[in-house]
Design a protein around this ligand. Structure first.
Ligand code: NDP
Length: 394
């Protein structure tokens, strides 16, 4: 993200890759151009009006069958949940392996990159690319190989037997295997000024955006390892980094606290809460409150990195899959879970790297694992059939 997005063109999608009628985001024209200097992210990322999946008559359990050709597929060898870099890379690999994947993309499809302007560290784009453009290209590539993408949120799943069942907007989907790639979202302070200035000096990713704060005075809010790590990382660029923590005791590890405390470019402010971010077009300063005395003061700053934790989007899977104490899904044997046939990719389990490129790599791994598992299942099924069943299956 940056406070000065570069000029970009909407992803055209060449004719091979994205037929006009079914191009990225349902062929809807999306104007991501931002050629007049700073553009608020909220404005740069035009809301996309996804067409609702047509819904047929409700069944006895309230779910809806969409078997008609016009209504799209609801059954697949692989159902992928999530449409960030992990989900869509899994879709590209699964589609090219003839698994005819369905992607349940989420109502806010595209993941965290949809609210990221400049992406300068995704390999293959020497001049950088806008996050939404990158995701549109991922999507077009997945659709080109036959992925069926539905922009709905999964509300409930049943992984008790195969095919696995997933419900979204009243429709039941079935998958012989499932890849969960629902991602994680940064936790924000919840200030109006924070939302307004996101991408104009407010960020939640130092690795992504630190570069844009060269020779600037900035602040990081949080008292965990992420805040300590980001503050230290940002000293590579910034002239001064103010680390703001609401208590006088850090949650982060001792070694990280010591590293930050000994860094001459970091100034630690304990018992300090961010009340408001000051600035119209860009971050200009912060209004701070002493959490002990209640005293308020203003501090000049050109950027604020919010590092108060991430929340994995794992709620609907928690009855079926193992989660750690923070709610991240646990994986075993690479991308597998405790339920055979259910795989996990991206930030919903990975709180260490959290990068688009690592999520994409993870999506590839999950798709390959799902493909191999499905193949092994098919072989096992073939050897356990009676001769009559085997003949019928031919
Ligand atoms: P944490 O949950 O550990 O820390 C969040 C911090 O943000 C806490 O200090 C908390 O304050 C503060 N906070 C939460 N909400 C607010 C708010 N509304 N206003 C102000 N401050 C707030 O999250 P992290 O992302 O730092 O770490 C997540 C996990 O990842 C941890 O287990 C961590 O150890 C690990 N990690 C490891 C790294 C490494 O080993 N290199 C690097 C980064 C993360 P309070 O303390 O008062 O609750």
């Amino acid at each position: 993200m940056t406070d000065e997005p570069t000029t970009t063109q909407p992803t055209s999608g060449d004719d091979d890759a994205a037929p006009a009628a079914s191009g990225p985001f349902g062929g809807l024209p999306i104007d991501f151009s931002a050629d007049t200097g700073a553009v608020p992210l909220a404005a740069a990322v035009t809301p996309i009006a996804f067409a609702a999946e047509p819904i047929g008559p409700a069944g006895v359990d309230g779910s809806v069958s969409l078997n008609g050709a016009d209504h799209g597929r609801t059954k697949a060898k692989v159902v992928i949940v999530g449409s960030g870099p992990a989900g869509l890379t899994a879709a590209i690999y699964a589609a090219r392996a003839d698994l005819d994947p369905i992607v349940l993309a989420g109502s806010a499809a595209g993941g965290q990159l949809m609210i990221t302007s400049d992406v300068e560290n995704y390999p293959g784009f020497p001049d950088g690319i806008q996050g939404p453009d990158l995701m549109a290209a991922f999507r077009a590539q997945a659709e080109r190989f036959g992925t069926h993408i539905v922009d709905v949120d999964v509300e409930r799943v049943d992984f008790s037997e195969r095919p696995f069942r997933l419900w979204a907007r009243g429709v039941e989907y079935r998958g012989d295997s499932v890849i969960v790639a629902t991602g994680a979202s940064a936790i924000w302070l919840g200030l109006e000024s924070e939302t307004r200035l996101r991408g104009r000096g407010v960020s939640a990713c130092a690795t992504c955006d630190g570069f844009f704060f060269r020779d600037k005075e900035i602040a990081v809010v949080g008292g965990g390892d992420t805040a300590l790590e980001e503050a230290t990382f940002l000293t590579r660029f910034a002239t001064r980094v103010h680390l703001l923590h609401r208590r006088d005791e850090f949650r982060g590890s001792k070694i990280m606290v010591e590293r930050a405390a000994h860094n001459p470019k970091i100034e630690i402010h304990v018992n300090t809460a961010v009340e408001e971010i000051v600035g119209d077009a860009h971050v200009e300063g912060l209004r701070l409150r002493d959490t002990v005395t209640g005293e308020e003061r203003t501090m000049p700053a050109e950027g604020l990195f919010v590092a108060i934790g991430h929340k994995p989007d794992s709620e609907v899977f928690r009855d079926w899959l193992e989660v750690d104490e923070k709610g991240y899904l646990k994986v075993h044997d690479h991308t597998a879970t405790r339920i055979e046939g259910v795989f996990v990719a991206g930030d919903v389990h990975d709180h260490r790297y959290r990068q688009a490129v690592t999520a994409a790599g993870d999506g590839c791994r999950a798709a390959i694992d799902a493909e191999r598992w499905l193949e092994a299942q098919a072989e096992a099924d073939a050897t356990t059939r009676t001769p009559t069943e085997a003949r019928a299956a031919v």
